[in-house]
Design a protein. Structure first.
Length: 276
């Protein structure tokens, strides 16, 4: 009888453990693969594993206007960067990110049909802390400071953590959008960003930061693909001259880039989509 009781007790404990385990797993913090891959030492991958590895799915990146790109993931999640509701094409995004630069970079009245609206600034002087998964994409941010604009005492000190660099991790790719960046990045910023395979860079040269400054950031990130944005009348050849000969220029006649981990260029490349 004692043995029967012990067996019943063990079975009950196993059943309770099966209920508790999923809840514990759900409480685990989301993990950035881009940070893990950037910080981890190089690892040798057996040739046999390379041969059987599944080909990563393509991500489609479409230039919509100003500093807005749409990112369409393999599972059909659509993300709109620096979304203000004006620059749109096709269906509404499922996720929009915004930066508090001025009205061309955010809207306080987005379409209520958009389920996920992510602000790059926090409330009450606090930094935004974004770490969320939507479908097959993990989204996080790295806060940066921002200059004050009209009506905010433009001559005052910069607003701490008023902007964000957004990072989208999907299909094995690390995709970054620098937002309305107003200052150089230090080592802590680069460490928080991690590896970026694709980066969207403002090249206006004045409203965000100088071309010298943004070109230095671009060179240090050394992403496989650089997508210019926020261009205005900036001569592309001037930007290309500043970032150096190690970058190839690839000017496209279409607005959409379809790319996967396997098809990233071997040499860092500035891809200029139609409309930029």
């Amino acid at each position: 009888m004692l043995r029967s009781l012990n067996v019943s007790l063990a079975a009950a404990l196993a059943f309770l453990g099966s209920l508790i385990a999923p809840a514990t797993a759900q409480q685990q913090p989301l993990r950035s693969e881009c940070l893990a891959m950037a910080n981890a030492p190089p690892r040798a991958i057996p040739v046999s594993l390379r041969r059987v590895a599944a080909k990563p799915h393509e991500v489609a990146i479409t230039y919509v206007g100003h500093s807005t790109y749409y990112i369409d993931t393999p599972e059909g999640v659509r993300i709109g960067t620096d979304f203000n509701g004006v620059y749109r094409t096709g269906r509404l995004p499922d996720v929009v990110t915004m930066n508090r630069a001025h009205s061309t970079h955010y809207t306080l009245f987005p379409d209520p049909k958009i389920p996920h609206v992510l602000h790059g600034w926090g409330e009450n002087g606090q930094a935004a802390h974004i770490s969320t998964r939507v479908g097959d994409v993990y989204i996080r941010n790295v806060p940066t400071d921002i200059r004050r604009y009209y009506g905010e005492d433009a001559s005052g000190a910069m607003l701490k953590d008023g902007n964000s660099i957004f990072i989208f991790e999907v299909a094995g790719l690390c995709i970054g959008h620098l937002g309305h960046l107003h200052h150089k990045l230090d080592d802590t910023h680069f460490a928080a960003i991690g590896r970026l395979d694709i980066v969207m860079v403002p090249i206006d040269g004045t409203y965000t930061m100088s071309l010298d400054g943004v070109s230095e950031i671009t060179k240090r990130l050394r992403s496989a693909v650089v997508l210019p944005m926020h261009r205005f009348a900036t001569p592309l050849d001037e930007f290309m001259r500043l970032i150096g000969q190690q970058f190839v220029i690839d000017q496209r006649s279409e607005r959409t880039l379809k790319i996967s981990r396997d098809t990233l260029p071997g040499t860092p490349t500035v891809i200029i989509l139609d409309g930029v």
